[in-house]
Each structure stands twice: as C-alpha cells, then as structure tokens.
Design a protein around this ligand. Structure first.
Ligand SMILES: [Zn+2]
Length: 239
C-alpha cells in the first residue's frame, strides 16, 4: 500500500462502490485497494442497498444513475435505516445542473462530485469522509470511557460509604471487656450490703461519639447480678 494514498488509520475501511459500469468499478477497486480499503461492489441500486443494509460499510460511493434503484433513492433509503444513517455517501454524477446537485444533497449525499472527477479529488473526498467518521467514533469512545469511569467512581463511593456504615454499626454494638475505659467502682450489694464482685463491663452507645459504659457486678451472697451505668451513676438489678 502506498502511504501517500493511505485513506484512514485504524481498522481497514470498507467501501461500497455502486456503479453499473464494470470498468468504472474496476478503476475504483484498484484505487481503493491501493489506498488500503476493502471494496464491495454493486452493479445496481438494489444490490447496493442489500449489501449496505446487511453490513454497513465505512463509506458508500455511488453513481447517480443506477438500474432498479437510482443513486438518489439509494441515498434516501440508507438515510432512513438506523444501521446506515451515519454512513457517509459520496455521489458521482454526470449532471452539472445545480438543481440536480441540490437534489443529491437533499437525498442524503455528503459529497457530490461531477464526472469525470480526477482520482486525486475523489480520494481526497473519500479520505475526508472516512476521517470524519473515525473522529466521531473516537469521540464517542472517549465519551463512553468517561461515563464508565464516572460510574465506577460512583460505585466505589457507594461501596466505601456502605463499608463506613458497616464499621459504624459494628462500633456502636456493645462489646464486653474486663479492661474498660473507666475503672469500675467499689460497690456494696443494695440488698445485703456485702461488697459486690466485679465481673465485666459493657461498652456501647447510640453513636461512636457517645459511648457508654455499664459495669456488671454480682453479689457473693447470691442476691443476684447488678449493673452500674457510668453516665447516670446508678446501680440497677439486672434481669
Ligand atoms: Zn447481696
């Protein structure tokens, strides 16, 4: 492939050439092959439409006059289908009247070239159309990646927040310890006045900033167990 003629970077472009004349198609094929493109050929509009719809090409080059379905109708039909709506179309016509050129553009042709268009001009236009589509594809890929990154970030935040909630919930749970933050007081049994035996403390509360301590005591004379709450400094018989 001659780099001078290279049409587009990235994946090999597939160009659909619709022309009733075999010699013209052969000329296009050689030129496009030299430019690094895959070429699909159609001798009439019906065949071109079927090929384009079954697998949308990167570019359509069509003659205005085609058997069965002409170039104008082909443009309109391709523009109507969601699969081929964005495929660039280059129309080549022998018509030079402005009204015919306007008609081609109205039908959906991106570029209209008047025959006989020089190969260089044709290639330039094809290169321009293919580059445009590549840029659009690149842009939409960048947007997709950006959206994916945002979603990932949101998911991470949600996960981190959930983990934080879980850790808070754990922290607020009561836990038992024999080495509590506040020293358990020396108490006597409110029933028999024998010194109470310290067993353990419970640490907990409604939030991590408001932890509380309860000390659990038992009476050695078997009056029962008691709980001392540090915040209220009250001893209660526990159930
Ligand atoms: Zn007692």
């Amino acid at each position: 492939m001659d780099p001078q003629f290279a049409i587009a970077r990235g994946p090999t472009p597939r160009v659909l050439v619709a022309d009733a004349d075999a010699e013209t198609r052969s000329l296009y094929r050689q030129t496009l092959h030299a430019a690094g493109c895959d070429v699909l050929e159609a001798a009439d509009g019906r065949d071109a439409l079927a090929k384009a719809l079954s697998r949308p090409p990167s570019l359509v080059v069509t003659e205005a006059l085609l058997p069965f379905i002409d170039g104008y109708a082909l443009c309109a039909l391709l523009r109507h289908d969601s699969g081929t709506r964005a495929v660039p179309i280059l129309m080549v016509t022998a018509e030079t009247r402005p009204i015919e050129l306007a008609r081609a553009r109205a039908a959906g042709a991106n570029v209209v070239l008047v025959k006989p268009a020089a190969t260089g001009l044709l290639l330039n236009e094809m290169r321009r159309l293919l580059t445009q589509t590549n840029e659009l594809r690149g842009r939409s890929r960048a947007i997709r990646e950006q959206v994916a990154a945002q979603l990932k970030k949101a998911a991470d935040l949600i996960e981190r927040s959930a983990a934080h909630q879980r850790s808070l919930a754990r922290r607020h749970e009561r836990y038992a310890t024999r080495t509590p933050p506040f020293r358990p007081p020396q108490l006597v049994c409110p029933v028999c006045e024998v010194p109470l035996h310290y067993e353990q403390s419970h640490i907990g509360g409604v939030s991590s900033h408001q932890t509380e301590q309860w000390d659990r005591f038992s009476c050695t004379a078997l009056c029962g167990t008691f709980e001392y709450r540090h915040r209220t400094r009250k001893l209660r018989k526990s159930t």
